[in-house]
Ligand binder design. Structure first.
Ligand code: NAD
Length: 429
C-alpha cells in the first residue's frame, strides 16, 4: 500500500478510543510543537516508508487450504535497520501495524538504539491453529516477506501471539532460503540458536528500574513504597519480583480474572506468573480480592498498568490515587486520561521509556548474533541497567529543562535524535 493512502485525522480532538495510528500521529504532532525540527522532517515521519501486504496460504491439518493476510510496516530507518514485532491476532490491520511501527521508531530513538521502527503480523487467531499449522504459516510468511527483512534491513521479534519458537521457525526458514545460518534476522529466539539470556525478563526489569528511579526522584524511599501492578505476565511479574527484592511492598497484583490485595505486601515469588500458571493469581491466598478496575484505584504510591492498553481513561483518571504511574503495558493511558493526571500532578512515566528493556535486549541479542559472541546474563543485566539509566537521565533532563510531562519529554528526546539524523543525512535525491 502506498504511504500516502494511509488516512490520518489531523483533528486536534483527543478521542478516547483512537487507533494506534491516530495515537502515534497525535503524539508526533504534540511533540513537534516542542522541538526545533524541520517541518519537512515531521511531514515525512507521519508516513511509513512502506507497508507490504502478503497472502499467506496454509495447508491445514485436514488437507484444506486457507489463505491468511500478513503485513510488514516499516516506518523509518534513518537511525538504523527497522525493528519491531510480528503479531498473530485477529485484529491485526495494516493501519495498526503502521501505528505500532511509529511507536517503535520513537522507542528506539529515546533509548538511542541504532534502529528504526517496524511492526508486522498476520490476521489470524493462533489459538485456532495446531503447532504444525503455526509452523507452516510462519515459514511461508517468512518466505513472503523475505525481501523486506534481514539483519541489516529489518529485524522482526515476538509480539502478541508469537514467541521464541515462532522466531526459531522464522530464522530457520529465512536461513534455508538464503543458504547460510543468519541468526541476526530476528530477535527473541531461544538462546540455543542465538537468543540472548535475559531477553524474557528485560521489559519487566526496565519497568522496575524506571519505577525505582521515579520513586527516588520524587523523594520516596523504595523500602516505604507500596506498588499495585495490573497484569502478572512477562512484564508485570518480572517488575513485581524485582521491586519486591529491592524492598518495595507489592500490595496488589492481578491477571485477566482479577487481583489479590494485601496491605502488608504480597510474596511475589509465590504468586504464579502468567508463564508459570496462566490465570493463577486468584488461586493464591490473600486477605482481599479486587477487580481489575478496583486495583487501578487503590491508594498506593506507585501504579504499574502492565496488562493491556487503554485501561486508564477519562472515566477513572479522577479516581486514580497512586502518586506515580509507570506504564508497563503499551498505551495503557488514553490521551484524555493523560491530561487529567497531568492536571492532578500525577506523573506518568511513559511506555516508550519504561518497557523499552525488551527492545534494548533485542539489540544486545542482535549484537551477539552479528558478532558471533555470547554474553552472560550478568553482562546483559549490567548493560541493560546502564542503557536504561542513560535514557532515564536524558528524559529527566528534558523534563527539568522544558518543565514538561515525562511523556512529552520522552518524545522530545526521540524526535530531536531522529530530526538530527535526518538533517545530517539529508533528503535523497
Ligand atoms: P503476558 O501475556 O505475559 O501477560 C499479560 C498479563 O495480563 C497476564 O497476567 C494476563 O492474565 C493479564 N491480562 C490480560 N488481559 C487482561 C485484562 N483485560 N485485564 C487485566 N489483566 C489482563 O504479556 P506481557 O508480555 O507481560 O505484555 C503485557 C503488556 O506489556 C502488553 O501491553 C505488551 O504489549 C507490553 N509489552 C510487552 C513486552 C514483552 O516483550 N513481553 C515488551 C514491551 C511491552
Amino acid at each position: 500500500m502506498p504511504a500516502n493512502t494511509v488516512t490520518d485525522s489531523e483533528s486536534d480532538d483527543e478521542p478516547e478510543h483512537e487507533s494506534a495510528l491516530e495515537t502515534a500521529r497525535r503524539q508526533l504532532r504534540e511533540a513537534a510543537t516542542h522541538v526545533d525540527v524541520d517541518p519537512g522532517v515531521i511531514e515525512r515521519l507521519k508516513h511509513p516508508t512502506r507497508v507490504v501486504e502478503v497472502a499467506v496460504p496454509l495447508k491445514r491439518d485436514d488437507g484444506s487450504v486457507e489463505v491468511f493476510t500478513g503485513y510488514r510496516a516499516q516506518h523509518d530507518d534513518v537511525r538504523g535497520p527497522y525493528k519491531g514485532g510480528l503479531r498473530y491476532h485477529p485484529d491485526v490491520s495494516s493501519q495498526e501495524c503502521v501505528g505500532l511501527a511509529m511507536w517503535m521508531t520513537w522507542k528506539c530513538a529515546v533509548m538511542d538504539i541504532p534502529y528504526g521502527g517496524a511492526k508486522g503480523g498476520i490476521i489470524v487467531n493462533p489459538k485456532e491453529l495446531s503447532t504444525d499449522e503455526k509452523e507452516r504459516l510462519t515459514r511461508r510468511f517468512a518466505e513472503e516477506i523475505r525481501d523486506e527483512v534481514g539483519p541489516n534491513q529489518d529485524i522482526p521479534a515476538p509480539d502478541m501471539g508469537t514467541d521464541a519458537k515462532t522466531m526459531a521457525w522464522f530464522m530457520d526458514a529465512y536461513s534455508m532460503q538464503e543458504g547460510e545460518t543468519i541468526p541476526g534476522v530476528v530477535t527473541g529466539k531461544p538462546p540455543v540458536i542465538g537468543g540472548s539470556y535475559g531477553r524474557e525478563e528485560a521489559p519487566g526489569r526496565s519497568v522496575a528500574i524506571i519505577a525505582r528511579e521515579a520513586i527516588d526522584y520524587y523523594d520516596n524511599d523504595i523500602r516505604d513504597t507500596t506498588v499495585a501492578i495490573q497484569g502478572y505476565g512477562s512484564v508485570g511479574a518480572n517488575a513485581a519480583r524485582l521491586l519486591d527484592e529491592w524492598g518495595a511492598d507489592v500490595v496488589a497484583v492481578s491477571d485477566v480474572n482479577g487481583g489479590i490485595y494485601d496491605t502488608s505486601g504480597l510474596d511475589t515469588q509465590s504468586v504464579p506468573s502468567h508463564k508459570e500458571e496462566p490465570e493463577g493469581v486468584m488461586s493464591q491466598e490473600a486477605p482481599n480480592t479486587v477487580t481489575n478496575e478496583e486495583l487501578l484505584e487503590l491508594d498506593v504510591d506507585v501504579l504499574i498498568p502492565a496488562a493491556i492498553g487503554n485501561v486508564i481513561t477519562i472515566d477513572n483518571a479522577d479516581d486514580i490515587k497512586a502518586d506515580i504511574v509507570v506504564e508497563g503495558a503499551n498505551g495503557p493511558t488514553t490521551s484524555g486520561a493523560d491530561s487529567i493526571l497531568d492536571e492532578r500532578d500525577i506523573p506518568v512515566v511513559p511506555d516508550i521509556l519504561a518497557n523499552a528493556g525488551g527492545v534494548t535486549v533485542s539489540y544486545f541479542e542482535w549484537l551477539q548474533d552479528i558478532n558471533r559472541r555470547k554474553w552472560s546474563k550478568e553482562r546483559v543485566q549490567n548493560e541493560l541497567e546502564s542503557e536504561i539509566m542513560s535514557a532515564w537521565d536524558n528524559v529527566k533532563a528534558e523534563v527539568e529543562a522544558s518543565d514538561t510531562s515525562w511523556r512529552d519529554a520522552a518524545y522530545i528526546v526521540a524526535l530531536n535524535r531522529i530530526g538530527a539524523a535526518k538533517e545530517a543525512r539529508g533528503l535523497w535525491p
